[in-house]
Design a protein around this ligand. Structure first.
Ligand code: SAM
Length: 370
């Protein structure tokens, strides 16, 4: 069966995600604001869940319509053939959001959508009480300016959770954002990488997985694996295809440093869990002591933000130090993410390119020097 899929992603990464999906061979890729849509079947669904580094989740769109009152919402949801997706014993939680819409109450929308699904399925299955003891087929809705989308979540736990993070260090960056930074910096199987503020190692690990062409979702499961309507072999097949594509020992190597020994412990633990520890060396170190070799290399880093970890003046001092120990030079790419408009001034050079990215709700720039 061919579906229309919606993949939400971080604002600013829609173009990168579209390119990633096109490179996977996916059809009808179209970027929207905060998401990308595409077409495909059960295998496409499994492949994108397992293989996308930038998508937050993969949703099947069941319907899109306008509704400005609850009667209209109920009627339009009840017309959707939910029996094709939700079995008699399945659970079907409903969750979503509403922005700038007449139906602004999320619990109100949830209640009406749930009632419409129950009434639809009662008619089909000839039962009035749903045990909901089977697989949880999560129904997601979005409402924006009265335009509703009704979708089925195939992912479950958000895709930024790759399954390698043992614990969270101080202010870890989301895996999907670290992947976007690495994507913009361009990682190759022979890249030499440095992160002088590595924290729990997210940038190093995402880059190492990219260098290995290792799909990020190989270490986790997905909600749709339990869905009755999904081809059971789709995920098995997509996993085996992804495993075949791994370059086990690329020439890539990444060096990570952090002033906090606990962070280095986490980096080592996480890299092991991700299966890329042979590609990463992590050591306690102060950025002021960073000594980069005179070779082709990349520095991709997420220095402390004034708002969250240190005061702004202390963070700016670190940008200055970074500029002293890792100034731009031929053959060296520097990629630093920061919400601070004064980053370039403190670092000591204007960036060749800046790219707006969001770290959660914080607007940042990736400052790129190459
Ligand atoms: C924003 S966090 C990086 C988070 C990391 N990207 C992750 O995903 O876990 C910044 C890191 O810089 C480290 N740090 C602060 N001052 C430092 C210094 N002088 N030298 C090296 N690391 C430092 C902090 O310990 C913190 O882990």
């Amino acid at each position: 069966m061919e579906y229309k899929f919606i993949t939400p992603c971080a604002l600013g990464t829609e173009g990168l995600l579209s390119k990633e999906l096109s490179l996977m061979g996916v059809d009808k890729v179209a970027a929207e604001n905060g998401s990308v849509s595409f077409a495909g079947d059960d295998f496409t669904c499994a492949m994108v869940n397992i293989g996308s580094r930038l998508a937050a989740r993969v949703l099947i769109e069941l319907a899109e319509f306008t509704a400005a009152d609850f009667d209209s919402l109920y009627d339009k949801v009840k017309r959707i053939p939910f029996e094709d997706f939700i079995g008699k014993d399945d659970a079907f939680p409903v969750t979503g959001y509403s922005i700038s819409s007449a139906l602004h109450s999320v619990p109100g929308c949830q209640k009406i959508i749930k009632k419409a699904i129950v009434d639809r399925l009662s008619g089909v299955y000839k039962i009035s009480w749903f045990k909901e003891t089977g697989a949880a087929v999560t129904v997601r809705f979005s409402a924006q300016k009265d335009r509703f989308r009704i979708m089925i979540d195939t992912t479950g736990v958000s895709l930024h959770k790759r399954g390698y993070r043992a614990h969270y260090g101080a202010a870890p960056i989301k895996e999907t954002l670290a992947a976007a930074m690495c994507n913009l910096a361009r990682i190759f199987p022979d890249t030499l990488l440095y992160d002088p503020f590595c924290g729990s190692g997210t940038v190093l690990i995402e880059a190492a997985m990219m260098a290995q062409n290792r799909a990020p979702g190989l270490k986790r499961n997905f909600a749709a694996e339990n869905y009755g309507f999904m081809d059971k072999n789709a995920f098995k097949y997509a996993r085996s295809k992804a495993l075949e594509q791994i370059i086990l020992s690329p020439d890539f190597h990444a060096y990570g440093y952090d002033i906090d020994p606990e962070c280095i412990k986490l980096t080592v633990e996480n890299a092991k869990k991700a299966g890329v520890d042979h590609l990463i060396t992590a050591q306690v170190g102060d950025v002021k002591d960073l000594a980069l070799p005179n070779e082709r290399l990349k520095v991709i880093t997420n220095p402390p933000y004034g708002e969250r970890l240190l005061d702004i003046a202390a963070a700016r001092k670190l940008y200055k130090t970074l500029g002293q120990v890792a100034p731009p030079q031929k053959g060296r790419g520097i990629f630093a993410i920061s919400p601070d408009d004064d980053f370039e001034k403190e670092y000591g050079a204007p960036a060749n390119k800046k790219r707006k990215l969001y770290n959660g709700t914080i607007q940042c720039f990736l400052y790129m020097y190459f």
